[in-house]
Design a protein. Sequence first.
Length: 154
Amino acid sequence: MSGGRLLGIARRSAPRAPMEAVSEAAVTLETGVGNDTRGLARPGRSTRRQVSILRLEDWETVEAELGTGLVWTTRRANLLVSGLRLPQRAGDYLYVGAGVKLEITGECDPCRRMDEQHQGLMAALVPDWRGGVLARVVTAGHIAIGDAVRIEAT
């Protein structure tokens, strides 16, 4: 197990809607992080992409490579964490705060939408899983910026 901190929380109300940064949020099995449109569990559809998680250290590498100071929400991720290495395989667990448990489901592959945000962003996110990871909610709860984050390998 390794530990870190939750530095950011963001959600979007609809596909392509701007990201809204918040200081705290409910995380549920039905709606993901703060009712994020990607987090909604729909009958017959996978929850593999319910929560997206970005590591600050990876984002800083991307910013340095691009020579820019983009806000982390440009990546359109739900959570920004620091102080730990995100797993690069499915099945491990990420714990946030006192009780939220997320199962890592895979890499958050950057799409061409990233280049709509900033030219070259997609390519800069590709190496070493810099785009972050995807997860599904296993245990619901409440999270807030500053919460402890830890990884449990399976």
